[in-house]
Design a protein around this ligand. Structure first.
Ligand SMILES: [Zn+2]
Length: 163
């Protein structure tokens, strides 16, 4: 029985491709879903606030049968929402990378900082903390680097004064 349910509720790519998301003059979203049996025929799937239900104007739906138009429209709306969320997250992350770079991190450091989800006192670290932790100012030079610096100044003792 479970298998039957899954098959019945399944929304296929083909079904999604028949759905057209439309925003009407009042900013309300509804769907036009192409008929799969009648060329050129489209049904309207809307959310009815008063009834708190999704309504389709096809014959099957009017006769009380749950039609695939509704399922397809709901599936499309869910996919759309997920996509919008992913885009928003990507944009927020990009904006944060830019902010961190303005605060002094390189692109690599900013990307690194955001990939770790550093927690401070159980909360996500703010930008200042990330810059402090991943930024160059507090990066400790290795012994080798210190030695190289030392040699550098040894061989060119007056280089700093020549300017
Ligand atoms: Zn329908």
């Amino acid at each position: 029985m479970a298998t039957t349910n899954i098959t019945r509720n399944q929304v296929t790519e083909d079904m999604l491709s028949k759905c057209h998301r439309i925003v009407d003059g009042n900013g309300e979203v509804f769907y036009q879903v192409e008929s799969r049996t009648e060329a050129g025929k489209e049904y309207e799937v809307r959310y009815n606030r008063e009834l708190k239900a999704i309504i389709c104007n096809c014959k099957a739906s009017e006769e009380g049968t749950t039609c695939w138009h509704k399922r397809a429209a709901v599936g499309h709306a869910q996919a759309y929402k997920a996509e919008q969320k992913a885009i928003a997250e990507y944009e927020a992350r990009t904006a944060r990378v830019h902010r961190l770079m303005e605060m002094g991190l390189t692109l690599e450091e900013a990307t690194e900082a955001l990939s770790h989800q550093l927690l401070v006192d159980g909360k996500e670290a703010d930008d200042e903390t990330l810059v402090r932790v991943y930024g160059p100012r507090h990066r400790r030079p290795s012994e080798k680097e210190i030695e190289q610096d030392y040699r550098h100044y040894q061989t060119r003792p007056f280089s700093l004064l020549k300017k």
